[in-house]
Design a protein around this ligand. Structure first.
Ligand SMILES: Cc1cc2nc3c(=O)[nH]c(=O)nc-3n(C[C@H](O)[C@H](O)[C@H](O)COP(=O)(O)OP(=O)(O)OC[C@H]3O[C@@H](n4cnc5c(N)ncnc54)[C@H](O)[C@@H]3O)c2cc1C
Length: 232
């Protein structure tokens, strides 16, 4: 991948996988992302490629997803072997124990981050983290992807973590309140870690002062996060 200058998905592998999907050898796929940063150790690479468009809250559909994606792995390996010399002798070492999912139930927070908040970011008084990952929408019914890179970082307000109707519940990470377009950048790991740090810090401040989470002074939370060297 390094020799081919690939930083994102590999065009030749994508082309061959699309041809295999066209012939009905596999259902659909994403990427494939098997690039710099995916190398675990010499000779091993993590491949992000299988895809299923379904509803993860439906256990039958989720089982179908597991079956379909595991079935797709062998044809994907065949394509990799024939499409690129780096994979000529590749074999499967292991798969994820269970399928991951990008979007599912949505949490009702005090504030729902919008697409406008991401592309034209306001300075929220209760900013607890910044995000900058591209707006990265994987199209579930196809092998397509829409990526919009951001020109500046956006702010994530504390209110996205505060439950609207359940007192003293904070929700961080891939369940924080956001419209689909904003969620397509908010859900990634860097932001999830920063939101988790903010939620934990907020919980400690609330517990220490017997304050309901919805009444926490955002200034006090930001001061505590800055003292932890959070980037605000
Ligand atoms: C295929 C795929 C590719 C992705 N690629 C990228 C990428 O390239 N870069 C990136 O930054 N992000 C990527 N993401 C998104 C990112 O990985 C997730 O959105 C993020 O990890 C979510 O973090 P989280 O802490 O909110 O949730 P999770 O990482 O899901 O953590 C939740 C944890 O809670 C545990 N748990 C659940 N229920 C209970 C319970 N009742 N008691 C105790 N523990 C429980 C779970 O076991 C889990 O460990 C990808 C996601 C998918 C599905």
């Amino acid at each position: 991948m390094a020799e081919d200058g690939v930083k994102y998905s590999h065009a030749a592998l994508h082309r061959e996988l699309a041809a295999a999907a066209e012939q009905g050898l596999l259902s659909r796929f994403g990427g494939p992302w098997a690039v710099w940063g995916s190398v675990i150790r010499d000779g091993q690479v993590s491949v992000n490629c299988t895809r299923y468009g379904g509803e993860v809250t439906d256990p039958v559909d989720f089982s179908q997803a597991e079956i379909a994606m595991r079935r797709d792995i062998q044809p994907i390996i065949q394509v990799f072997r024939s499409a690129h010399p780096a994979f000529a002798r590749c074999f499967l070492q292991e798969t994820a124990t269970t399928a991951g999912y990008r979007e599912s139930r949505e949490f009702n927070g005090d504030y729902r981050l919008t697409g406008d908040d991401v592309f034209d970011p306001p300075a929220f008084p209760d900013t607890i983290a910044w995000g900058a990952h591209p707006v990265d929408r994987h199209l579930p019914g196809s092998s397509g992807q829409q990526v919009q890179f951001l020109t500046k970082p956006y702010a994530i307000p504390y209110r996205c973590l505060v439950a609207q109707r359940c007192p003293n519940l904070l929700v961080a990470g891939a369940l924080a309140a956001a419209e689909p377009q904003a969620f397509a950048t908010l859900r990634v790991q860097a932001q999830c870690m920063a939101m988790g740090q903010a939620a934990g810090t907020a919980a400690a401040l609330c517990a220490g002062t017997s304050t309901p989470t919805c009444q926490l002074d955002p200034g006090a939370l930001r001061t505590a996060l800055l003292a932890q060297k959070a980037i605000l």
